[in-house]
Design a protein. Structure first.
Length: 91
């Protein structure tokens, strides 16, 4: 289930996602920093770098990445760009 918590701190968002073992989907690069450098133990992060795409094209791109890489999303930082996908283990 998608969830939006406007006004919540980044750490609160991480706690909410982790409580349910969810992968965090965001356009906020701070979460990549929290996951990789500060090692906050995020279950997984999908960072969307899709600014030039329409909302519909962005949704299609994310759906495609999820279907192709579903088994790698937990425990990874996944950076989705229009022409490529980068996966980095969080541990």
């Amino acid at each position: 289930m998608a969830q939006s918590n406007r006004g919540a701190s980044d750490k609160q968002i991480v706690e909410i996602a982790n409580a349910d073992g969810r992968v965090l989907i965001t356009e906020d690069r701070d979460f990549g920093e929290l996951a990789v450098r500060q090692r906050l133990g995020i279950a997984g992060v999908m960072l969307l770098e899709l600014d030039r795409l329409t909302n519909s094209a962005e949704a299609d791109r994310v759906a495609d990445v999820v279907s192709r890489h579903a088994d790698k999303l937990l425990g990874s930082l996944v950076v989705i760009e229009p022409a490529r996908v980068r996966l980095r283990p969080l541990e």
